[in-house]
Design a binder for this molecule. Structure first.
Ligand SMILES: C[S@@+](CC[C@H](N)C(=O)[O-])C[C@H]1O[C@@H](n2cnc3c(N)ncnc32)[C@H](O)[C@@H]1O
Length: 232
């Protein structure tokens, strides 16, 4: 029987967890830290806030949120890959405000109106239904709560387009092979990036789910983009 997208993605991340952090720096040329720092600056997360970081992986964004909310706040990092979470546990043991939870982005195990901020970093393109995952984040946010999504995007400049296509098709999987001996797994990353909606299309999906004041910002020529919005 053919595997579903969800099963395939789960296998990929269970397998590459040990090398993920190192690979992430290499394939984004360290840019992912800059993108996240800029996003955190825009979010202005106050001390004491309640946050959820969906598809948290090895917990880098979860940690940034944990630092922002301080000891009086709470941050849930949620991911369906126990191996990715295990790497995250090692990095968050000294931060009691962080709880790492195994769960599915398609059905968040929290009541409506639970969080002030919901983030998803390079996770949305991996889920089987983007709209359902965004609707779940909308549901668990409190009214006035903020969503921030960092994801690969489609460069809009004609100059960049062919470069990105070549990079994703040929260069990124070779990095994968060199560092993680997982050529096949990293091919998945390029495959999912290729079919992910462009910035404007994704912004329209945010609005469709109910978010207001939807804004987006391209990073690195549109290799990635930040989308933000508020729950009514
Ligand atoms: C590319 S990693 C991103 C990790 C982290 N947010 C970061 O920026 O480094 C994508 C993560 O999404 C998780 N994931 C994919 N589909 C999921 C789902 N349906 N529910 C929960 N986690 C999921 C994977 O296990 C993986 O850890």
């Amino acid at each position: 029987m053919q595997k579903t997208k969800e099963q395939r993605v789960h296998e990929v991340f269970e397998k590459i967890s040990d090398n993920y952090d190192q690979m992430n720096s290499v394939i984004s040329f360290q840019q992912h830290n800059k993108w996240r720092n800029d996003t955190m600056h825009k979010m202005q997360v106050p001390k004491g806030a309640a946050c959820i970081d969906v598809c948290c992986g090895t917990a880098d964004w979860t940690i940034a949120l944990g630092e922002a909310v301080g000891p009086t706040g709470t941050v849930v990092g949620l991911d369906f890959s126990q191996n990715m979470l295990n790497v995250g546990h090692g990095k968050t043991a000294h931060m009691p405000q962080i709880e790492l939870v195994q769960g599915n982005a398609m059905a968040l195990p929290y009541p409506d109106n639970s969080f002030d901020f919901a983030t998803i970093g390079f996770g949305l393109r991996n889920v089987p239904d983007y709209e359902q995952a965004l609707a779940e984040m909308y549901r668990v946010l409190k009214p006035g709560g903020m969503i921030a999504c960092l994801e690969t995007s489609q460069p809009e400049s004609l100059l960049f387009k062919p470069f990105f296509r070549l990079y994703f098709r040929f260069i990124m999987p070779v990095f994968g092979k060199m560092f993680a001996k997982s050529y096949k797994e990293y091919s998945w990353l390029q495959e999912s990036a290729k079919t992910f909606p462009g910035m404007r299309e994704l912004a329209a999906l945010f609005s469709k789910v109910g978010f207001t004041k939807v804004k987006f910002k391209p990073y690195s020529g549109g290799a990635a983009a930040l989308h933000m919005g508020l729950k009514k």
